[in-house]
Design a protein around this ligand. Structure first.
Ligand SMILES: NC(=O)c1ccc[n+]([C@@H]2O[C@H](COP(=O)([O-])OP(=O)(O)OC[C@H]3O[C@@H](n4cnc5c(N)ncnc54)[C@H](OP(=O)(O)O)[C@@H]3O)[C@@H](O)[C@H]2O)c1
Length: 250
């Protein structure tokens, strides 16, 4: 018997990296798995590559609240309820403060903070009788990583939401927790705008600060998301679980 049998699970950004690994883990635990893609081409690509994994792939750019509204209404109409939401879609781009533009700032806050917040708001009408919401923050929320000030600030906001929204939603039987990954092997770094040489250099620097001596695998985050989604974590709320090879603590 799967830990998520009969559960309707929505993952934002489930087509890649940590979201995709979580979709596979949710599916193997018996959940119905739903995700979004930011446009039709990306959705078709996801269905082509992982058609047997997703029960539904909707279209929503999470930075656009009207698209989130439409996506969650579509899910609500089709499935009637949501039991688990993994709010995962996000990205990061480096820039020193002297070079950062308004667009650099707004785009990261739009997706990582506004997108996350309104994903939760738009999903809430379908959480009847409780459930579990898991947020994807980052250990960047507590480190002074030069060049990542905006990204780190977005993730600090997510850390805050795990606590405040827990307090707001506990009365409805909804538990809100966060996973806080360290460096994980996903396409994340290819989307930072850095060149392959810059990525290699940055990865080498990051590795020096990971006590366990390697990047994590997306599956190593996904197993904690399953734990937080399931009744195994029934006494946990408002927490942030670090999955980082010791980077933030040792
Ligand atoms: N990898 C790491 O080292 C690491 C560490 C700490 C935290 N995280 C966090 O983990 C989460 C997942 O990242 P990942 O590493 O798995 O990277 P990823 O493979 O790039 O996955 C990110 C997912 O979010 C989606 N997404 C981004 N912007 C979106 C938008 N505006 N609308 C809809 N979907 C959007 C992406 O869609 P596309 O495929 O279309 O881009 C993709 O499916 C992020 O929140 C990231 O900040 C990652």
């Amino acid at each position: 018997m799967g830990k998520l049998n009969g559960k309707i699970a929505v993952i934002t950004g489930g087509t890649s990296g940590i979201g995709l690994a979580t979709a596979k883990a949710f599916k193997s635990e018996g959940a119905t798995v739903i995700t979004n893609a930011r446009h039709a081409e990306r959705r078709d690509e996801a269905l082509q590559q992982h058609g047997d994994l997703f029960d539904h792939v909707g279209i929503a750019d999470v930075g656009k609240v009207d698209e989130l509204d439409r996506f969650f209404k579509e899910v609500g109409d089709k499935y009637g309820k949501i039991n688990t939401l993994f709010v995962n879609a996000g990205f990061g781009q480096p820039a020193p403060i002297e070079a950062a533009t308004e667009a650099h700032f707004d785009s990261q806050f739009d997706v990582n903070v506004k997108g996350l917040y309104f994903s939760i708001q738009k999903a809430l009408p379908y959480f009847e009788g409780g459930g579990s919401i898991i947020l994807n923050t980052s250990i960047a929320n507590q480190l002074g990583m030069a060049g990542f000030s905006v990204y780190a600030a977005t993730k600090a906001a997510v850390r805050s939401f795990a606590r405040t929204l827990s307090a707001e939603l506990v009365g409805r039987g909804i538990r809100v927790n966060a996973v806080s990954p360290g460096p994980i092997e996903t396409p994340f770094f290819n989307k930072t705008g850095m060149t392959p040489e810059q990525i290699e250099q940055a990865a080498g620097q990051i590795l020096q600060n990971v006590p366990i001596g390697r990047f994590g695998k997306p599956e190593e985050v996904a197993s904690y998301v399953v734990f937080l989604a399931s009744d195994d974590s029934s006494f946990m709320l408002g927490t942030e679980v670090e999955i980082d090879g010791g980077m933030a603590t040792l």
